[in-house]
Design a protein around this ligand. Sequence first.
Ligand code: HEC
Ligand code: HEC
Length: 269
Amino acid sequence: MKQFFTVVAFILLTIAFFSGYSNFGIPQIEPAPPPKEEKLDLGSMTMDQFIALGDRIFQGKGTCTLCHNSLGRAPMLGTIAEVFQERLKDERYKGGAEDLEAYLVESLVEPSAFVVAGFGKKGTNDAESPMPNVAAGSIGLSEAEVSAVVAYLQDQAGAEVTVEIPTDVGETEEEDEEEAREALDDPKAIMAQFTCDACHMINGEGGEVGPDLSKIGAAYDRDYLRRALLQPNADIAKGFEADMMPEDLGEQMFVSELEVLLDFLVELK
Ligand code: HEC
Ligand code: HEC
């Protein structure tokens, strides 16, 4: 019996030793930093990261480069730090901004507060901007995303970045949806996904950079429309400019989405 207790005691001691050793003796391995898929933990972001986020939104989700590019559809923004003063003094200025940051935010969410001369919607004598409110509709940037874009624009223009990184915002989803996206089967959702409405009007809603599509199905057949989407520069709609429609829709869209969209467009009569 004594032997039995000795063995049990030995076993217990051994277990105690090893569990103690593994808890205290072996150095704890630091968990690896989360993979770089950008969890938007704004609280721990540096300003450089916040500006880089603004850059990505500018090129991506914000769709800004659809218009703000070298084709002259919209003003280039690199000199905004110098020219915004003149904007504020202009008699056509209807906004309430007093500094660059406020002017930029206003330009994003209330584009018609000031319309840069020569860039207004056709026929409005520069009273209305063709730029959509990027915090609403299909672009729908969150407040934090607008701030990030403004920080990026200030940085790009060589101005002091006055934006503060917001701390109390919910998650800002970034566009890893691109990879993991599932095919959409609702034409409205597809058009929202590809921000067609930033440029096209349907039944009174949308932009005027491209032709009104409200009756497009009466004017053209499916083959023409397919070509208009896949090779936008093959036929240029009268009165509109080439090189405006995104040219890579064919690569970005699922085949099924293209067909759903065409089903929808041919019925617009
Ligand atoms: C559909 C085309 C279009 C899109 C998309 C667009 N813009 Fe614009 N933007 C314009 C046009 C045209 C103007 C000039 C008319 C005006 O002042 O509103 C303009 C004006 C501006 C101005 C004021 C420029 C100045 O010189 O005063 C800023 C700032 C700006 N855009 C930023 C952005 C940002 C940032 C995005 C993306 C989040 C964006 N825009 C998306 C067309 C667009
Ligand atoms: C950045 C602006 C822009 C975006 C975004 C855009 N388009 Fe266009 N689109 C244009 C312009 C400008 C034209 C006219 C020039 C041309 O025919 O290429 C056009 C032409 C068209 C035409 C041919 C119209 C005609 O009368 O010949 C169709 C159809 C069309 N777009 C559908 C779409 C759909 C659907 C989407 C979204 C998947 C889309 N566009 C996104 C600017 C845009």
